[in-house]
Unconditional design. Structure first.
Length: 267
């Protein structure tokens, strides 16, 4: 198991965050192959109460759609989350990405990219915030082991449509597909074990109502439905078409028993 260092005492000490489980350590060990916390400064997006880098471990700014006060209150109410590990948020993303400086050595985003409505625009924003040769580290849910199991995988065409539409919030189609085909009862353990799975939601009226609402207001959704293979195909198409300047440096497929995979993109 990966040792977690702290910089306040000069000694190796374990983090006290109970959510740092085997899955977290699997992804963090991949992250630390590319990042030197003793020298490099980073930005993490959407860390909630499980940041890759706690304040005592290195230099890391945090950006989130919500304020730290809201996140701490949410962590008090959600089972299994802990407000003590919600770190201060420097940048509220409701104010956009222009407020965030450039020159970071790394950016981390776990379970974020699937929520962004325009994946090409988001990657361009991330690219602009990194120094030359900086990395973007992503943890991405694998649709085969989540409530997205019945949804079709996202394609290069989907990415182009989102870019041409200049989406700033999830679209009617993205929200409807997310809700209608979602299977909330699916958990990774049952998929890996071959256990019977619940079917998709298929609630037409409810899905339509929220999708129509999304035409005028923000409705959260998994806008992108990915597997390791489909993400590789998407990145290949984005790179070949010069729609992104990132290069794929590494991808670790979903480990047995897990529900997500990790990716390193280099500027």
């Amino acid at each position: 198991m990966l040792a977690i260092e702290t910089m306040t005492t000069g000694r190796m000490q374990p983090s006290q965050n109970p959510r740092r489980d085997a899955r977290f350590h699997l992804h963090r060990s991949h992250f630390l192959e590319y990042v030197d916390l003793s020298k490099e400064r980073g930005l993490e997006i959407g860390a909630f109460d499980l940041p890759l880098v706690e304040p005592s471990e290195g230099r890391c700014d945090l950006a989130d759609w919500n304020t730290v006060e809201y996140l701490r209150d949410l962590a008090k109410r959600l089972p299994g989350t802990n407000p003590d590990f919600v770190a201060p948020v420097q940048f509220n993303l409701r104010q956009g990405y222009d407020q965030i400086p450039e020159g970071y050595d790394w950016i981390g985003a776990s379970h974020v990219i699937e929520h962004v409505p325009d994946i090409i625009a988001w990657l361009t924003q991330m690219h602009s915030k990194l120094r030359p040769s900086g990395i973007l580290f992503l943890v991405i849910p694998d649709k085969r082991y989540t409530f997205d199991i019945y949804r079709r995988e996202s394609t290069f065409t989907d990415a182009l449509v989102a870019r041409r539409s200049a989406l700033e919030h999830p679209s009617f189609a993205q929200v409807f597909d997310h809700l209608y085909y979602s299977a909330p009862g699916v958990i990774a353990h049952d998929v890996w074990a071959g256990n019977p799975l619940p079917g998709p939601n298929l609630d037409f009226a409810g899905s339509l109502m929220l999708a129509e609402k999304a035409e005028h207001a923000y409705e959260d959704a998994h806008c992108w439905v990915l597997t390791p293979d489909s993400f590789l195909a998407l990145m290949r198409s984005l790179t070949d078409s010069h729609m992104t300047n990132f290069q794929l440096a590494d991808l670790r497929p979903t480990a047995r028993g897990m529900l997500d995979f990790s990716v390193v993109l280099r500027k």
